[in-house]
Each structure stands twice: as C-alpha cells, then as structure tokens.
Design a protein around this ligand. Structure first.
Ligand code: BEZ
Length: 304
C-alpha cells in the first residue's frame, strides 16, 4: 500500500463520487477505480458499499478514511518541514484573510522583516479554510484567519478577540446616531456577508452573531469577498458587519460605527502545522505579542 492509494481513496471518500474525485486528482476515472479496487483487494475488506450512489463508506471504510487522512497530513507535514530544515535562505510564507491586512498585519511584518532580514517573506490571501489546506500542503507556513475549525494536523493559537463593527453607506440614517448601534436595529437592512465560499466562513460567523441573539436579518446577500462587500456598502446596496480593523480601509462613501455588544467579536487565529516549531514561527509570535503589549491590546499569551 502506497501513499498514492491513500490519497486516491480519501479523494473518493470526500467527494462521494468517482468522477469528481478523478477531477480533483487530475487523473482519469478508470485508473482511479482500479487503484481503489486494488486497495480493497490488498486489505481484504470492502471500503465502499457496492452500488451505492452517492458513494457510501462501509464501517471499515470510515475507519480507514479517518486514519488515511491523518497519515497524509503527517506525510505533508514531514515533507514541508524537511524542506524547511534543508533551506539556508529561510523562506516564510504567510496566508492571511483580507481583513487582517487593514489591521496589524503590515506593522507585524515590517517589524519582523527589520529584525530578521535574511527571511524571505511571501504573502498569500486566502480564507481560513483555504489556509488549513495550504498549511498541510506546505504552501504556507502560518495562517492568520478567523475560524476556530478543528483539525488534528493544525495547531491554532487565538491571538485575540477583535470587536465587530458596522459598515454603513455615508448618509445612512443609522450613521447619524451618536450612540453605538444595536444588532437588533440592523435586521431590517440588507446584510452583505462574505466570503460566499468556501464555507464555513466569516459569513457564518456574522450570521451566528445574529442567531445567537435570536435575531434574523431580513435580507442577506452573500458576496465573494470583503472588498466587494465594502464596495457595495459604498454603493448603498446594504450594510456589512466587519472586524474593527476595517476602519483602516478609508473610503469617502463608507462610514464605520461601533456595536453596543461587547460579545460581538471575531477571533484572530494563528494557525501552523501541528509539529512545526521553526524559529520563524516563534519569532513571529514574539513580535505579535510585543506589538499587542505596546498598544495595550488585550490578549492571552500562548507559547508555540
Ligand atoms: C491583529 O490585528 O491582531 C493581527 C493581524 C494580523 C496578524 C496577527 C495579528
């Protein structure tokens, strides 16, 4: 049994369909079916229920799926970390959700770069869910995201909980109020949420903020990304709930107002491969905490 067999089986189990799995793996369907069949023959058990559409895993298949995924994650981890250990000029790839770019990310990276000049930094904008996959595949070394999704291959550190605020079109009646806005006052407005995909995403975090308070926004429009949401707010198409750092995105057609709800927050999460303790990560975390201390930002320090 080779890693290839595991990768093929996991794709089939995830997609529940041979055609989609073959597309995802960029191979033809007949060799994919043959490889899964070979795997079942070698194991001497059925992994997929015969004739099921969509495909259903047997009990043995479910067991194998969970452990195969774990082994693939470990293999990706081993590859990425070995490559990093072997490099003299250190490269450090950062995945980030767009909103962090309007907050402290630029300052954090400026300071890190000044202090560790030999490290070559690259940036990759992606959702939190995309960051998890990119970490496992070794395409990034750290992800700054907002979702607390569980994944055994990933280590998460919640850096801080950031307040949510409201983005309104300039001239909107709620923008004229002096006091912080109540979420209940926003349910009649068209709520623009992002990103539309992949889910779960920040969109679900915002919707959950309403649901947890028994509030249901009357009209929700899902858009692809933050910049589109803010652009549409500027066009008067609706309002958006965004992290406080978005105040750094200054536009003449959008105003930001605080919420009166201290529990309406979004975490900023530092995600890494589970076993990775490379110096770049340790140093990056140190720089972040240093900046938080200087700015008096509430946080709970955690070691890598
Ligand atoms: C922050 O705003 O706290 C932050 C942003 C990006 C990376 C790390 C922290």
């Amino acid at each position: 049994m080779e890693l290839r067999h595991l990768r093929y089986f996991v794709a089939v189990a995830d997609e529940k369909n041979y055609t989609r799995a073959a597309e995802r793996l960029h191979i033809a369907q007949p060799p994919l079916s043959r490889q899964v069949q070979q795997l079942e023959e070698e194991l001497g058990v059925l992994l997929i229920e015969k004739g099921s559409r969509p495909l259903r895993l047997t009990e043995a298949g479910k067991f194998f799926h969970a452990h195969a995924q774990e082994l693939l994650d470990k293999a990706a981890d081993l590859k990425a970390m070995t490559q990093r250990v072997g490099k003299i000029d250190r490269k450090f790839a950062i995945g980030f959700v767009a909103s962090t770019l309007y907050g402290l990310l630029p300052e954090i990276v400026r300071r890190f770069r000044n202090r560790f000049e030999s490290v070559e930094i690259s940036f990759h904008e992606m959702t939190t869910m995309e960051q998890l996959q990119a970490l496992k595949e070794g395409r990034i070394d750290v992800g700054f995201g907002r979702l607390k999704s569980e994944d055994p291959a990933i280590r998460r550190i919640v850096l801080r909980e950031e307040a949510l605020i409201v983005a309104l079109p300039v001239g909107h009646r709620l923008a004229a109020l002096d006091e912080p806005l109540r979420l209940a006052d926003l349910v009649q407005e068209t709520l623009l949420v992002y990103p539309k995909a992949p889910r779960p995403s920040f969109a679900d975090q915002v919707l959950a903020t309403f649901m947890e308070r028994n509030l249901v926004p009357q009209q929700v429009q899902e858009v692809r990304e933050l910049q589109i949401a803010i652009g549409l707010v500027g066009a008067g198409q609706g309002i958006a709930i965004v992290p406080q750092s978005l105040q750094g995105m200054i536009r003449t057609d959008v105003v930001y107002r605080p919420l009166d709800d201290l529990k309406a927050v979004s975490p900023i999460i530092f995600s890494t491969r589970h076993m990775d303790r490379s110096p770049e990560l340790v140093n990056m975390l140190e720089v972040i905490y240093e900046i938080y201390d200087e700015l008096g930002i509430a946080h709970v320090k955690q070691a890598l």
